[in-house]
Design a protein around this ligand. Structure first.
Ligand SMILES: [Zn+2]
Length: 409
């Protein structure tokens, strides 16, 4: 009997420790990435210097994520992104779910290995793409049904399935499935979608706890504040999501066609509602002047297709505004895009040659301007970090804004 009870005790003990270890492992998996506010701007704005630590490296903020929707920052290699000082990039759940699909991502060992990018990745949930790209969508209380924009096939996203997609991708920061109201949107509709976005955020959190990590590294799930252009709804959305204690907060539904005046009113208002000790991410924004202003309102993270999309259309962003390279006046300009830029394009080529490439539809032209734009955006963010640290961010901002806003330099 004694022997038996000892055996019994030992196995009960083992069971207990296994449970403790499992719980500890789960807690470690869903623990927040360390995030520190290094300093707040002392020159009169709400800008701040922070650092987010992931298992793929640190991200110093303010930071801009170049967009690699399909697992590639269009036309550029990870080596070129490294050389442009890109600390972290963004990819997209909707697109990667459709192509290459979850099975291939899992076989590859996740997106980092698949695309040979060893730094942090943030993935958007796909909510925005379902509404901007997919053909037919039906919102129901537990998710959204849609037709692929590629072949018309039917699919359904739920808060849990979108977490599963991001587990397969292995992104360091995952986003919850949300409903992004179009502009304009009635108060009633925005209110209804807000409630669903909050409900889905809770469902996504449960899914995060239930679904194990596939590749070992920690993944955090961030929430998205919605509420269209309505102050009361922005406040309600932020309050409800803050109650759920996410490790990071995004502001969604901005830059969706609303007038600039509304953008300038809502971003600072919403940023102020967010916890000071958590990352703040403004989704889908924007032009260099937008980034400068939004950093002054307290935003830490940004993403946007502009540097690469406009780059492929021959629009370069520089410290002296946009350069439209196809313009006839660049035909004999034997000067770089931006004399102050250290990128390969500016160090090697002049505007006349870049214009020639665009006029002849040569692919190198798209690559060279994309490369410059990615480098310029990272340089812009680096200089913002330096001026916040230097204590002169506000006066520097005033001097640099009118220059970068010029339409064709
Ligand atoms: Zn350059």
């Amino acid at each position: 009997m004694v022997f038996l009870s000892k055996l019994h005790l030992r196995s009960a003990d083992q069971g207990f420790w296994e449970v403790v270890q499992r719980v500890e492992k789960r807690s470690a998996e869903i623990a927040a990435h360390p995030f520190r506010v290094l300093l707040e701007d002392k020159s009169g704005t709400s800008a701040r210097r922070t650092v987010l630590s992931t298992e793929h490296g640190e991200i110093q903020t303010p930071h801009f994520f170049p967009v690699g929707t399909l697992g590639v920052v269009k036309t550029l290699t990870p080596r070129e992104l490294h050389e442009s000082n890109v600390q972290a990039m963004l990819s997209n759940s909707y697109h990667l779910y459709l192509r290459p699909g979850l099975d291939i991502l899992k076989q590859a060992g996740g997106l980092h290995k698949f695309m040979r990018w060893d730094r942090p990745i943030l993935t958007d949930s796909g909510g925005f793409q379902v509404f901007s790209l997919a053909d037919i969508r039906k919102v129901h209380p537990d998710g959204v049904r849609f037709q692929s924009h590629l072949d018309g096939s039917y699919h359904e996203f739920t808060p849990a399935s979108v977490v599963s997609i991001q587990r397969h991708i292995g992104s360091d920061m995952m986003m919850v499935l949300d409903l992004c109201p179009p502009y304009p949107c009635s108060h009633g509709q925005a209110d209804e979608w807000n409630r669903l976005t909050t409900k889905w955020a809770k469902m996504a959190q449960s899914a995060e706890q239930e679904q194990p990590l596939l590749y070992g590294h920690r993944q955090n799930l961030w929430a998205i504040v919605q509420g269209s252009t309505y102050h009361d709804l922005r406040r309600e959305s932020a309050a409800a999501l803050i109650d759920l204690n996410f490790p990071g907060y995004a502001i969604g539904g901005m830059a969706v066609g609303e007038p600039k005046s509304i953008f300038h009113e809502l971003v600072p208002l919403t940023a102020e509602l967010l916890p000071k000790d958590k990352p703040r991410y403004l989704m889908g924004v924007g032009f260099p002047e937008d980034l400068l202003r939004c950093v002054s309102w307290g935003i830490d993270f940004f993403d946007c297709v502009l540097p690469t999309r406009n780059g492929r259309n021959g629009c370069a962003f520089t410290w002296n505004g946009r350069v439209i390279i196809k313009a006839a006046r660049h035909k004999e300009q034997f000067i770089p895009l931006d004399a102050g830029c250290a990128c390969y394009t500016c160090q090697t080529y002049d505007r006349a040659y870049l214009r020639h490439l665009f006029v002849c539809d040569e692919m190198l032209g798209l690559r060279l301007i994309s490369l410059h734009n990615i480098h310029f955006y990272q340089d812009l963010m680096r200089q913002m970090r330096e001026h916040i640290e230097g204590g002169d961010f506000s006066s520097w901002l005033e001097s640099v804004l009118p220059r970068v806003e010029q339409k064709d330099s």
